[in-house]
Design a binder for this molecule. Structure first.
Ligand code: SAH
Length: 467
């Protein structure tokens, strides 16, 4: 980050702008939204600027800039549309101690003005450090369309209630009050009675919260984080992260997804390694239950889908035993994202009418399965935690008569930028894996080859048949 976004206090302070043409007008339209004392210094000011001066919205000095004009200004804009003049006035403003922006000159500027979505007092600033103004404009348009125009009204009225709301205890209850206001009662009141209805709706809501002295019980959401790409998170998962007081997450949950948790949430790493353990399951259960018992919203965040090799039932049992309410929020399991990545289906007519999710190892070591069934041609299985068990899996399948040419695709870091796909054959699986030296989580797809490779293989066999 070369520029750090901040909001500058400008109410009642001086902002000075030098220039009277197009560049000046563009900036002034923005600056007029502020409560600053605006001064424009311009030899030839556009009619709009003169009109604003007449309306008392800014002070116009009708001459070229002189030393001292930017004295006591918090911000200064050089907006003459003329490089030489901008350089001259910027130097003067520097000497007057103002922070300087030169329009369309990133290097000459001490600050830059972002694209702004204005729902005063809610202001969203979008910056690309000058790299992609088009992108900033697209994001702005997107947000403008998404954010209801009433947001500003709700925030303004909400602000006037802040001290009254201090009667509510800090923390959960107060947060619940505000989110009920902003996302439910507030918009509803505007819809039904317009701005005038908001005040009384807010007062009624506060009375309800003040008279209800019951402590809210904690709750546990058992949430699937998907395989890593934040775009593969469900909306339910995002909402749960938004209101979490405590997030207890596993090792495989990606950093980008952890970023999405509420800023104040306590983040606890319960990371478990393959064969060894960082925190025992019973410690994790205790942690989940004790935070919920304290009245917190707990998100137990697991990679992929929590119901797949997630030891979910033990955590649910712990919640039940402690009389804590819980809910499962499903996620996209690694197998679903992995097959999507190689353009294949998990099931396919005339190939396999069932698919197995199996684990390479369990708590006792390498896991046993119905190897005979898995060895049949056309079988498809997603093998989780299979990296270190590859030689074992390979041996068992070959022993039970699987063809050494059976395709196995290993997808590492599914859905992440580092995603890597290895196209292997059963006969050489463990050697291939050793050579590849995978470091991230990997899923093996028994019986599936990437679609393009499959195409090539089929083409070859067609040629062979034709010869
Ligand atoms: N609940 C998870 C699975 C947890 S078991 C799910 O539904 O995906 C952990 C195993 O899942 C890892 O050893 C690996 O085999 C697989 N896995 C999880 N995330 C993965 C990812 N991003 N890429 C590849 N494999 C992954």
């Amino acid at each position: 980050m070369k520029h750090f976004p901040i909001f500058v206090a400008v109410e009642g302070r001086r902002i000075v702008l030098s220039g009277g043409g197009e560049e000046a007008l563009a900036k002034l339209r923005l600056l007029l939204k502020t409560e600053a004392n605006l001064t424009v210094v311009a030899e030839n000011a556009a009619p709009e600027i003169r009109a604003w001066a007449q309306e008392g919205r800014l002070t116009l000095i009708s001459r070229a800039m002189e030393p001292g004009d930017a004295m006591c200004a918090v911000l200064f804009y050089a907006a003459n549309g003329d490089d030489a003049e901008d350089a001259r006035v910027a130097a003067l403003a520097h000497r007057d101690g103002a922070r300087v922006n030169m329009v369309d000159n990133l290097h000459g500027s001490q600050f830059i003005t972002p694209a702004i979505v204005d729902r005063d007092p809610v202001t969203i600033a979008i910056g690309t450090e000058g790299a992609a103004p088009v992108l900033a404009r697209a994001i702005k348009a997107d947000l403008e369309a998404k954010l209801p125009a009433s947001l500003g009204v709700l925030a303004r009225i909400g602000k006037s209630f802040r001290s009254a709301v201090e009667a509510l205890p800090m923390g959960r209850k107060r947060r619940d009050f505000w989110s009920e206001y902003y996302f439910n009662k507030g918009p509803q009141a505007i819809e039904e009675d317009g701005e005038n209805g908001v005040q009384s709706a807010l007062k009624n809501l506060l009375d309800t919260y003040l008279t209800d002295t019951r402590e809210k019980a904690g709750h546990v959401d058992l949430v699937g984080a998907g395989p890593g790409d934040p775009d593969l998170l469900t909306l339910k998962a995002r909402k749960a992260l938004d209101k979490a007081d405590v997030v207890i997450y596993d090792r495989l949950v990606s950093a980008e997804i952890l970023e999405l948790a509420r800023r104040e949430a306590v983040m606890i790493d319960a990371g478990k390694e393959g064969f060894g353990k960082a925190m025992s399951q019973s410690e994790i259960n205790d942690l989940i239950v004790s935070h919920a018992k304290d009245g917190h919203q707990v998100v137990r965040l697991k990679s992929g889908d929590p119901t797949v090799f997630g030891r979910l039932d033990e955590e649910i049992d712990a919640c039940d035993a402690a009389d804590v309410s819980w809910r499962i929020v499903p996620g996209i399991t690694a197998a679903s994202a992995a097959v999507a990545g190689i353009g294949q289906s998990l099931t396919k007519r005339d190939r396999n009418g069932s698919v197995r999710f199996i684990t390479g190892h369990d708590m006792k070591g390498y896991a046993d399965h119905d190897w005979r069934a898995l060895s049949r041609a056309g079988e498809v299985a997603a093998i989780y935690m299979g990296k270190r068990a590859a030689r074992f899996v390979q041996g068992r399948l070959l022993m039970h008569g699987a063809h050494p040419e059976t395709p196995i695709t290993v997808v590492e870091n599914v859905s992440r930028v580092e995603q890597r796909t290895l196209t292997c054959r059963l006969g050489t699986l463990s050697d291939d894996l050793e050579t590849a030296n995978l470091t991230g989580p990997a899923l093996m797809l028994l019986g599936l080859a990437p679609r393009a490779a499959l195409q090539v293989a089929q083409d070859i066999s067609i040629q062979e048949v034709a010869q």
